[in-house]
Design a protein around this ligand. Structure first.
Ligand SMILES: C[S@@+](CC[C@H](N)C(=O)[O-])C[C@H]1O[C@@H](n2cnc3c(N)ncnc32)[C@H](O)[C@@H]1O
Length: 321
């Protein structure tokens, strides 16, 4: 629901930017985000680049965050405060405000003043009061204000950092949050960074909230990577910028969430669906990650009644019925 409001807000604030400027800034950003080297100087360093980010990336990062946060909400977490580190134009704020009606305070921290400015303009007409009141505050990794929050998010930031900055940012997130959610692109190197965040969560003795149904080592075979998919509806402007004819795109993302011990009851889910389910006549076949720390094939057949009906509705990323 907020996705449509966000699309409209983005269209409003980017309307004044000329098409040629938007297209060339988009091209520069695409090239930069394809690279896996640490960023060095800030990438979102001009109004045109920030507008291009909002128009061509933010709907997708918002969609990925919404899916990850929905899975976290299903564990029973009800945060009152949310801190978004490296939050840029505020995609995580839009996702959390919709997923968690319990939220009363949202703060977005980032080094890029232009991104924060645009984020602030986007929320002016937002559908939730907590979002309209969100704070957009300039801060640099390593010197975040010491303001703990129930929920801390770090989305699509780690790829801009070198190994020691990454370690420090994840440690900062874990020292500031009761629940921490990290989201990265659903690529092999994005997954590798998520594994590093997952290890930091495990090393602290925290509870893993997802997507893993266990806290053992990741069981995926070498060459495989844990990732999920979120559908993003494209506006006409988005289609024009990205040069595609389809009215949607699928954003691939990897994520991990952890909570301080005692925050939520033990999960006990039956498994996490790791691929699009194969829906055949009379049965549904899944690739899943299991609570016993293994991964592999599961089949639910028509004989299983309600479980089979639930399996027909289940999607990649959901809990196994
Ligand atoms: C790809 S954008 C992601 C923005 C937002 N989190 C999202 O999911 O759409 C990466 C953001 O991280 C911020 N960032 C990168 N390094 C940072 C640092 N050292 N301190 C503060 N912010 C940083 C950038 O300015 C940028 O806004």
């Amino acid at each position: 629901m907020y996705a449509a409001a966000l699309r409209e807000a983005i269209a409003d604030v980017t309307r004044g930017v000329g098409s040629a400027a938007l297209a060339s800034a988009t091209e520069a950003l695409t090239g930069r985000y394809r690279s896996v080297a640490p960023a060095g100087p800030p990438i979102l360093d001009s109004a045109d680049r920030v507008a291009a980010y909002a128009a061509y990336r933010m709907p997708a990062t918002h969609a990925a965050l919404a899916r990850a946060l929905q899975a976290v909400a299903a564990t029973g977490v009800e945060p009152v405060s949310h801190l978004d580190l490296g939050g840029g134009t505020g995609a995580a704020a839009w996702a959390s405000a919709e997923v968690f009606p319990s939220l009363r305070q949202i703060t977005v921290l980032d080094q890029a003043a232009e991104a924060l400015r645009l984020g602030q303009r986007l929320v002016e007409s937002a559908p939730a009061e907590v979002l309209r009141r969100a704070g957009f505050v300039r801060a640099v990794a390593g010197a975040w204000p010491r303001e703990p929050a129930d929920l801390v998010t770090v989305s699509y930031v780690l790829s801009e950092l070198d190994a020691s900055q990454l370690k420090r940012l994840v440690a900062d997130a874990l020292s500031l949050g009761t629940v921490v959610v990290v989201v990265e692109p659903g690529t092999p190197d994005g997954y590798e960074r998520i594994l590093r965040a997952r290890n930091a969560i495990r090393d602290l003795g925290w509870q893993l909230l997802g997507p893993c149904p266990h806290d053992a080592a990741c069981p995926l075979a070498p060459g495989d990577w844990c990732h999920f998919s979120a559908r993003v509806n494209r506006s006409a402007e988005h289609r024009r910028i990205k040069g595609g004819a389809l009215s949607y795109e699928d954003e691939k993302f990897s994520w991990v969430a952890g909570a301080q011990p005692g925050t939520v009851a033990a999960q006990g889910i039956s498994g996490r669906i790791l691929r699009h389910p194969l829906k055949r006549k009379g049965f549904v076949e899944f690739q899943v990650c299991r609570p016993d720390g293994t991964a592999g094939r599961e089949v639910i057949s028509k004989r299983e009644g309600q479980r089979y009906r639930d399996a027909r509705d289940a999607e990649w990323g959901d809990v196994l019925p």
